[in-house]
Each structure stands twice: as structure tokens, then as C-alpha cells.
Unconditional design. Structure first.
Length: 118
């Protein structure tokens, strides 16, 4: 199974970006999905996650600005980011709980860089 993230780029403060991450492979199912980010010199932090039933959770600083969603049929998780701030600059990583039979593993995408600057 491989996770491929896309959608990062450079944007001015107040702008928007939409990140996408798709899982490819065979013989698996997906539980929870999430986005994390890591800014330079900082630890990786949770941005938002979404359960297999659609329940969502956001870090406080992202509430009201970011929206996580999933298309389970397409093995895809999305992150719509609005009202971006310079402090949102980071590498964003998607995470999925990949299930093989009764076993579940954490899989990560390669990261996509988001730069918010004027």
C-alpha cells in the first residue's frame, strides 16, 4: 500500500489550498484517516482526523478554517484549508490506518509542503 499526497504549494495569507491523499494497493481496507503537519524546528502535530464513520476532530488552531473529508470508495482523504496564515507553513502528511484482515497499521504519505507568505 502506498499513500500519495498532493496539493501543496505557495499561497498568500488569507488564501486557500486543498490537499489530497490517495491510498493505492490491494487487499486492504481503511479505518481512520488524518492529516498531520510539521513546521521547521517543531514536532509533528495533528491537524485533523476523520473516522471510518465520518466523525471529525480538529486541532484548536484549525477549527473553523480547515475541513477534513474522505471518499472511502476512492481511498482518499482531503483537507480544505481556508484563511491560511503564515504559521500554517509546514510539511503536511497524510496518515491512514490500513487494515489487512484483523491487523491495522499506520501508513504515511510522503508529505507535501505548504508555504504561506506574502
Amino acid at each position: 500500500v502506498q499513500l500519495q499526497a498532493s496539493g501543496g504549494g505557495s499561497v498568500q495569507p488569507g488564501g486557500s489550498l486543498r490537499l489530497s491523499c490517495v491510498a493505492s494497493g490491494r487487499g486492504f481496507s481503511i479505518g481512520g484517516m488524518a492529516w498531520y503537519r510539521q513546521a521547521p524546528g517543531k514536532q509533528r502535530e495533528l491537524v485533523a482526523d476523520i473516522t471510518s464513520t465520518g466523525w471529525t476532530n480538529y486541532a484548536d488552531s484549525m477549527k473553523g478554517r480547515f475541513t477534513i473529508s474522505r471518499d472511502s470508495a476512492k481511498n482518499t482523504v482531503l483537507l480544505q484549508m481556508n484563511s491560511l496564515k503564515p504559521e500554517d507553513t509546514a510539511v503536511y502528511y497524510c496518515n491512514m490506518k490500513i487494515r489487512f484482515s484483523i491487523y491495522e497499521y499506520d501508513y504515511w504519505g510522503q508529505g507535501t509542503l505548504v508555504t504561506v507568505s506574502s
